[in-house]
Design a protein around this ligand. Structure first.
Ligand code: PEP
Ligand code: MG
Length: 570
């Protein structure tokens, strides 16, 4: 057995067989072929294997996912039997005497380029189908295995170099018991999604894909950040007990599900949930969320080939507002960029995506896209208690421009006779240090702040939130961060506004006493952290935490702050 250490990204314990989600090596060299007949046969054999494989995936998908999801594989089967594609490949092998891999690639590339240039969206999508089918045939020519997470039909732990947020969104909770990745940090979006899906995860292990083979028995300890590979029976027994202990603790916390979050000395704070899709609402209700403090709308735009329409967006926003029954729902406008990509926007690659053309910067440039989202939000506003929040605001000019666009869309709707709520609070994420420093000026114009510590910490410490090698600099309890947080809360209160936090720090056990002491009004976190946070806050005195926070602000190092919190509350 062996042990890997990483970053505890999502609580809980998982025990299951490993499933490697790793893209195989498709590289090959162009070769001149002597025995042409044998090469054509080799190509035909690869085609036949591909056909059998696709038919079985299609049958499987039909049973597990339904006929519409299976239709894509039906289309792939048609492609591999299409003489217009297959004959030119065989001709190339015969005439140019090249290996089957080369003939396949050259022919497929020609068709892909042809379909991609077409005006018609349907035909454009055929390019993606040919690319998929080509990969599959190539895998059989090269003898490498293609991974397809949608065919997983037994309990597994996913092992990957990294998981994109859209990979994570597609994981089937029924079979995927946990995951581990080589790279990533606690606030990378795959980790955030894991928490909302309640899948135990350890990220940033550096060596998971190098050390773990398909079928190895894996234990994911998402509480300690450990991954055990082929553990002994004693270790397995220990973890089975730990798992039960964790479940028992959850049952204890669950007793507070219908309670308000009131400190031991009577101060009320609001505990909200961060969500990524309307499906997450169930978890918010189950975990006693008092609000949705952050709806990351970018997930509506991901895992698809084109922008969502105004109508689709309206339906999602309406469902969430109605589902929360008059409780506040803070919807953040599109925050694409950083580790969240939208391939269909065709944005050029950037050297520093987290510092680049993202979020509000993109929305103010691509106004049509922004206006569509705002219209959908405004139309949905009459169905509940909507608050709108702009991400990555760095200057007052950006905020004013975004608000102006919102006002224009509101006026248009009113003129069209479409109902819009009378008063919608409009706030900003404070996740750029310049904005925290200028909070007093912002507070005069915004209705609320929500502190995005995931980004605020990375920008303040100049440490990429995705890079495990600099994760030691990711220090939420640093006096530097606490001072910025205090500036934001004080500025809001001076103008009679409220200040929340929707970065992961808001649900952190060591940070919570400090944030309560600093006067934070709203804490928004993964739904699965709410009950634990509530059970902590009801036992804390705000007055005592104010003294603790005051001391922490004057400290010199993060460790001093951690020691002071441990001393005060444990
Ligand atoms: C943050 O930056 O703290 C935040 C909540 O936004 P995201 O994690 O989506 O960047
Ligand atoms: Mg952010």
């Amino acid at each position: 057995m062996s042990l890997l250490k990483g970053i505890a990204a999502s609580n809980g314990i998982a025990i299951a067989k490993a499933y490697r989600l790793v893209e195989p090596d498709f590289s090959f060299e162009k070769k001149t072929i002597e025995d042409i007949a044998a090469e054509v046969e080799r190509f035909k054999a690869a085609l036949a294997t591909t056909e059998t494989e696709l038919a079985s995936i299609r049958d499987n998908a039909k049973v597990k996912l339904g006929a519409d999801k299976a239709a894509i594989f039906e289309a792939h089967l048609l492609i591999i039997s299409d003489p217009e594609l297959i004959n030119p490949i065989e001709d190339k092998i015969k005439i140019e005497q090249v290996n089957a891999e080369q003939a396949l690639k050259e022919t497929a590339d020609m068709f892909i380029a042809m379909f991609e240039q077409m005006d018609n969206d349907y035909m454009k999508e055929r390019a993606a189908d040919i690319r998929d089918v080509t990969k599959r045939i190539l895998s059989h020519l090269l003898g490498v295995e293609i991974v397809n997470p949608s065919t997983i039909s037994e309990e597994v732990v996913i092992v990957a170099e990294d998981l994109t947020p859209s990979d994570t969104a597609q994981l089937n909770r029924q079979f995927v018991r946990g995951f581990t990745t080589d790279i990533g940090g606690r606030t990378s979006h795959s980790a955030i999604m894991a928490r909302s899906l309640e899948i135990p995860a350890v990220v940033g292990t550096k060596d998971a894909t190098a050390e773990i083979q398909n079928g190895d028995l894996i234990i994911i300890d998402g509480l300690k950040g450990e991954v055990h590979i082929n553990p002994t029976s004693e270790v397995i027994a220990h973890y089975e007990t730990e798992h039960q202990r964790y479940e028992a603790q959850k049952a204890e916390w669950a007793k507070l599900v219908n309670e308000k979050t009131i400190s031991a000395d009577g101060h009320h704070v609001e505990l909200g949930a961060n969500i990524g899709t309307p499906k997450d609402l169930e978890g918010v209700i189950e975990n006693g969320g008092e609000a949705v403090g952050l709806y990351r709308t970018e997930f509506l735009y991901m895992g698809r080939d084109e922008l969502p329409t105004e109508e689709e967006q309206f339906e999602s926003y309406k469902a969430i507002l109605e589902g929360m029954k008059e409780k506040a729902v803070v919807v953040r406008t599109l925050d694409i960029g950083g580790d969240k990509e939208l391939p269909y926007l065709d944005l050029p690659e950037e050297m520093n995506p987290f510092l680049g053309f993202r979020a509000i910067r993109l929305c103010l440039e691509e106004k049509d896209l922004f206006r569509t989202q705002l219209r959908a939000l405004l139309r949905a506003s009459v169905f509940g208690n909507l608050k709108i929040m702009f991400p990555m605001i760095a200057t007052l000019d950006e905020f004013r421009e975004a608000k102006q666009v919102l006002e224009e869309e509101k006026e248009k709707l009113v003129n069209e006779g479409i109902p819009v709520a009378d008063h919608i609070e409009v706030g900003i994420m404070v996740e750029i240090p310049a904005t925290a420093v200028m909070a007093e000026q912002f507070a005069k114009e915004v209705d609320f702040f929500s502190i995005g510590t995931n980004d605020l910490i990375q920008y303040t410490m100049a440490a990429d939130r995705m890079n495990e090698r600099v994760s030691y600099l990711y220090q939420p309890y640093s006096p530097a961060i606490l001072r910025l947080v205090k500036m934001v809360i004080d500025a809001a209160h001076k103008e009679g506004k409220w200040a929340g936090m929707c970065g992961e720090m808001a649900g952190d056990e060591t940070a919570i006493p400090l944030l309560l002491g600093l006067g934070l009004d709203e804490f928004s976190m993964s739904a699965t952290s709410i009950l634990k946070a509530r059970s902590q806050i009801v036992n804390l005195s705000k007055k005592d935490m104010e003294k603790l926070a005051e001391k922490a602000l004057g400290m010199s190092t993060t460790q001093e702050v951690i020691d002071a919190v441990n001393h005060a509350v444990k």
